[in-house]
Design a protein around this ligand. Structure first.
Ligand SMILES: Cc1ncc(COP(=O)(O)O)c(C=O)c1O
Length: 397
């Protein structure tokens, strides 16, 4: 067996299920799961229709690179969304079957494990795929803490120069999961500077880019930041985007990677062998989804409504803040985060994710300790009901 498999950590949801094993909530309460970031608004009918209308496509093998029509739809979306002057659909875009596998695959493509002590830098707290991707690429993951004292911004000075010299890949996530933090231009400037100095590839996870609260202020993206800073051809930068949250199709497995063509080319090669070409009907449904914004505006309206209602209920009893973007509350727990999750489930049948499961000990702290994550993914009514139950629970502490 590949010995690096033993380095993989237990997934946060498995840890949660072990924590809650044997706990019996009041059977009269309907369980409300808020621990997983799975969008639960209905999939728009026009996307389902596009999928069904193209089922004949199942009769052929798809190409890993996807159809030109899909890549052009993605490039057009990127140009509209980020006001980009140029995105070449032929060389700078590749469809992926959800950003999860794509984030894993990038480490397998860019990390050169024959160089001494390769490092992959991950945010902390973080999406655990980054860490597993680093292990299986033969690298050591190291962590950049993202803490409220610093407004969740990364302090790149946390890692010494000797580490940056060994760093081959850095993952960033903006809007962040779980913090909701959106990296401003100044953060990008600093990160591009590090990449220019030490040569590492930047993998920018932007799967929450379309979940934000002010229609006039969409989150800045990495390609947009690169253009604004005059970086031609997006050197050493690749972004990961997804329809899962934007269009409520997590089961469709559709996203894309875009950026530096000198990375997209070997990435395509790697993916040809990995065998993760997108099914033809999914490609057609994805073209429909990337070409429409009305359903995304409606999606955001629902999130806005849920956040406003839940914030009103929770703010008097908990240290909750409106995030910059994404669909999570990342808040301080009045007792230990695992105790909070366990007792909340027992008393109110509401499941939240202990923050320590999403983070690692680094620089002497686990930035998830005494924090929890709530995903406001279910209906408005259910989110309001769960906020009321959380409040009732906190009032008993
Ligand atoms: C930060 C982050 N990145 C990537 C993903 C993967 O999303 P998908 O594979 O559905 O595109 C998720 C899913 O929850 C996530 O939270």
């Amino acid at each position: 067996m590949n010995p690096d498999l033993d380095r993989l950590q237990t997934y946060p949801f498995q840890k949660l299920s072990m924590l809650l094993d044997g706990v019996q909530p009041d059977p009269s309460l309907k369980p409300i799961p808020l621990y997983i970031g799975e969008p639960r608004h209905p999939t728009p009918a026009f996307i389902k229709r596009a999928l069904v209308d193209h089922l004949d496509g199942l009769a052929g093998y798809p190409l890993t690179i996807g159809t030109m029509e899909l890549r052009e739809a993605i490039a057009a979306w990127l140009k509209r969304r980020y006001r980009l002057d140029a995105v070449d659909a032929a060389t700078e875009v590749i469809p992926v079957t959800g950003s999860r596998e794509a984030l894993f695959a990038i480490a397998q493509t860019v990390v050169d494990a024959t160089r001494p002590d390769p490092v992959v830098v991950c945010p902390n707290p973080f999406y655990q795929i980054y860490e597993g991707a680093a292990f299986l690429a033969g690298a050591t993951p190291l962590y950049l803490n993202s803490v409220p004292e610093n407004g969740y911004a990364f302090d790149y000075d946390q890692l010494p120069e000797a580490v940056w010299r060994r760093t081959q890949l850095i993952y960033v996530c903006s809007p962040g999961n779980p913090t909701g933090y959106v990296m401003p231009l100044s953060d990008w400037e600093r990160l591009f500077d590090l990449s220019d100095r030490y040569g590492m590839v930047i993998a920018s996870d932007e799967c929450y880019s379309e979940i934000y609260f002010d229609e006039s202020r969409p989150p800045l993206g990495a390609l947009e930041a690169a253009q604004r800073l005059g970086r031609k051809g997006y050197p050493r930068l690749v972004v990961f985007s997804s329809l899962s949250k934007r269009s409520n199709v997590p089961g469709m497995r559709s996203g894309f990677v875009a950026g530096d063509r000198s990375i997209i080319k070997p990435y395509h090669l790697y993916r040809t062998y990995q065998g993760c070409a997108m099914s033809p009907p999914v490609q057609q449904a994805s073209i429909a989804a990337w070409s429409d914004e009305a359903h995304v505006v409606e999606n955001r309206r629902l999130y806005r409504e849920k956040f406003a209602a839940a914030l009103d209920i929770l703010r008097p009893v908990l240290d909750v803040e409106m995030p910059d973007a994404a669909f999570y509350f990342w808040f301080k727990t009045p007792i230990s985060d695992t105790e909070f999750a366990r007792r909340l489930y027992q008393q109110q049948a509401v499941t939240v994710l202990p923050g320590s499961y999403l983070a690692r000990e680094s620089g002497g702290i686990n930035p998830g300790r005494h924090r929890a994550r709530i995903a406001l993914v279910s209906s408005v009514a259910e989110c309001v009901e769960s906020a009321r139950r959380i409040r009732a629970f906190v009032e008993t502490l």
